[in-house]
Design a binder for this molecule. Structure first.
Ligand SMILES: [Zn+2]
Ligand SMILES: [Zn+2]
Length: 178
């Protein structure tokens, strides 16, 4: 049933969950917020209070992907749903309730801050993204919520395994805020 709902710009979901789009919207210039999704939150079985909608979360933040791109081929390539003209090299998304989404970015920023305060650490090397993310989470003292922490670690893992450098992001103030 929900598959038939239009969830694009200006649709019911957009109308209900974010302010009207600005005519002059440009990349990252207008705060339109995350794209809404009619699919249930993938991170939690139950919600209190009830989650009436979800948000489509790009596991590797779109702002990071716009700043740096790995060599092709990009097996998970796709167009950005909300930044016109931007081609993402990892378009994979996860449907989160708003709280889970906010928590994921909160934990990601904590991990990035921990990295930023450790100038002796390299930015990680491809193939070791998961281990590096685990190390950062431990250093930051992060253990929960489990689903959100897994989501935050996955951002770091995929960035590093694609060849991305965390130091590059820190130097540009890109800590993965929502
Ligand atoms: Zn997100
Ligand atoms: Zn949730």
């Amino acid at each position: 049933m929900t598959d038939e709902l239009d969830t694009g710009p200006g649709s019911l979901y957009d109308d209900l969950t974010k302010p009207a789009r600005l005519e002059t919207e440009r990349f990252f210039a207008a705060a339109i917020g995350p794209k809404s999704s009619p699919r249930p939150c993938q991170g939690h079985r139950t919600h209190a209070p009830k989650a009436l909608y979800s948000e489509s979360h790009h596991v590797v933040p779109q702002a990071w992907q716009a700043l740096w791109q790995p060599e092709t081929p990009w097996p998970n390539q796709g167009r950005s749903p909300d930044h016109q003209g931007l081609v993402l090299w990892d378009a994979r998304t996860f449907d989160w309730c708003r709280t889970g989404h906010g928590n994921t970015h909160f934990l990601l920023v904590r991990m990035m801050q921990t990295f930023a305060r450790s100038p002796s650490l390299s930015g990680g090397s491809p193939g070791h993204g998961a281990g590096f993310a685990d190390m950062l989470a431990s250093s930051a003292g992060l253990r929960s919520p489990r689903a959100e922490l897994a989501g935050a670690k996955l951002a770091i893992e995929r960035w590093i395994d694609a060849g991305g450098d965390l130091r590059f992001l820190v130097e540009r103030g890109q800590f993965g805020a929502i």
